[in-house]
Design a protein around this ligand. Structure first.
Ligand SMILES: N[C@@H](CCC(=O)N[C@@H](CS)C(=O)NCC(=O)O)C(=O)O
Length: 210
């Protein structure tokens, strides 16, 4: 059994999509940010950075294993099940490259833009300009990649797509006004979003926690 500690955010949904895709039995443990549950000692014991997602595998390689950071979770579940990450060769490293590109670039930059442009009461023009420019650049990188390859990691759907989908779903819906022209002329991105978004596991994972 896998315990999934998560909340209603793009990073959390990477883990729930993956668990739905691989079909392992899992139990959802909501970490309610409104109650500051991410700072509770029980949660910190499995996720020392006080961020979701985190998992606990009661049947890990050496017994009970807690894993935090979405990239580590996706890699762990891929290797445990032999799904969505090639065991070796070029496509393995291409998928890892694009997964890390999402975790280190697309996610944080969209997150900062969302904060400064949408959530912050005080509007700080240099911050909005900086993160708008970086989001625009990253969306261009994504479009070029998807124009050249059906999936981020190559010909097959992989953990790189699972990492990027919840963020791009949010970018093209909740953040569409903020991103404006940066979302224009992105046919390969929208085609990929539609193909990934119609997968039953993706639909189910995007609703976790209910
Ligand atoms: N690099 C981390 C980022 C995780 C992250 O930022 N999680 C956010 C939700 S999307 C969180 O837990 N925020 C709670 C807080 O900042 O207090 C990952 O990929 O897992």
């Amino acid at each position: 059994m896998i315990e999934l500690h998560t909340w209603k955010t793009p990073n959390g949904r990477k883990a729930s999509i993956m668990l739905e895709e691989v079909g392992l039995p899992y139990e959802v443990h909501p970490v309610d940010f409104a109650e500051k549950a991410q700072f509770s000692p029980d949660f910190l014991a499995i996720s020392p950075n006080n961020k979701i997602p985190a998992i606990v595998d009661t049947d890990g390689p050496d017994g009970r294993l807690a894993v935090f950071e979405s990239g580590a979770i996706l890699t762990y579940l891929a290797e445990k099940t032999g799904r969505f990450l090639a065991p070796s060769g070029t496509h393995r490293y291409t998928a890892l490259e694009w997964m890390h590109w999402q975790i280190g670039g697309l996610g944080p930059m969209l997150g900062q833009l969302g904060f400064f442009a949408r959530m912050s009461k005080e509007k700080v023009p240099p911050a909005i300009e900086r993160f708008s420019a970086e989001a625009d650049r990253l969306l261009g990188v994504l479009e070029r990649r998807l124009a050249a390859s059906p999936y981020l990691g190559g010909p097959e759907y992989s953990i790189a797509d699972i990492a990027a989908y919840p963020w791009m779903n949010g970018a093209t819906t909740m953040m569409a006004d903020t991103l404006g022209d940066s979302l224009k002329d992105k046919p390969a991105t929208y085609d990929w979003l539609a193909r990934v978004g119609e997968r039953p596991a993706v639909k189910a994972g995007m609703l976790v926690p209910g």
